[in-house]
Design a protein around this ligand. Structure first.
Ligand code: SAM
Length: 201
């Protein structure tokens, strides 16, 4: 079983605490994980599939000020909703990465249905093995432990000025967010990459 830090100064409400517990339970217990993965052939997930509510998606993209010149990566993209919404509402290009082929099939179908197939790309892959150097925005809905493991990769690969938005999970004490906001009981965290972090990477 993974050890997960349930303490966060930003856990803002009982409702959010309950949501986080359900999410964390799904990531901790093999039985729940097996149900969530729904197939013996499904690759090992670092995070279970739980989609971000559309209201939270919309606000994450607003907080990151996504626009038509952006290239957004959603790491662990699920059904592609962040990438598809960024393309549909703001004309941004987007790349979704998910280790589960089933999610990538759903994301491609959703992009086609929304008429943004030309602006979006979805790839089966491990987020830790993905080159992020051309991203201008990165979106996340992972876990505290996964965010912390990802942080050195973000500092190393991303350009100064790149914006990062995370649903529900922070980056730990070493990288406090510049901004937080609560939407529909979920906390959204926001960071930008600075020259100082590039020097430390
Ligand atoms: C909580 S869901 C978030 C889905 C989507 N980003 C959203 O916010 O609606 C996490 C996703 O990460 C994917 N995932 C888990 N481990 C991964 C890994 N190592 N590399 C890429 N994707 C992964 C899961 O398949 C799942 O779809």
């Amino acid at each position: 079983m993974r050890l997960i830090d349930l303490h966060s100064p930003f856990v803002s409400s009982r409702r959010e605490t309950l949501k986080r517990c359900a999410f964390l339970a799904a990531s901790c217990f093999p039985g729940v994980q097996a149900l969530a993965q729904n197939s013996a052939a499904t690759p090992k997930l670092d995070v279970p599939y739980v989609p971000t509510p559309q209201e939270v998606v919309n606000r994450m993209l607003q907080i990151a000020k996504v626009g038509k010149n952006d290239l957004l990566y959603d790491l662990g993209c699920g059904d592609g909703r962040l990438v598809v919404t960024a393309a549909r509402k703001y004309g941004a290009r987007g790349i979704g990465i998910d280790i589960d082929p089933q999610r990538i099939s759903e994301a491609k179908a959703n992009a086609k249905k929304a008429g943004v197939g030309g602006k979006t790309e979805f790839k089966v892959g491990d987020l830790f093995a993905t080159d992020l150097s051309d991203a201008t925005v990165v979106t996340l809905y992972l876990l505290n432990s996964v965010n912390r493991k990802l942080r050195p990769q973000l500092w190393k690969q991303l350009k100064p000025g790149t914006r990062i938005v995370s649903h529900a999970f922070d980056m730990g004490d070493e990288w406090p967010p510049e901004k937080t906001e609560i939407v529909e009981g979920s906390t959204i965290y926001y960071w930008t990459i600075t020259e100082a972090q590039k020097k430390l990477a």
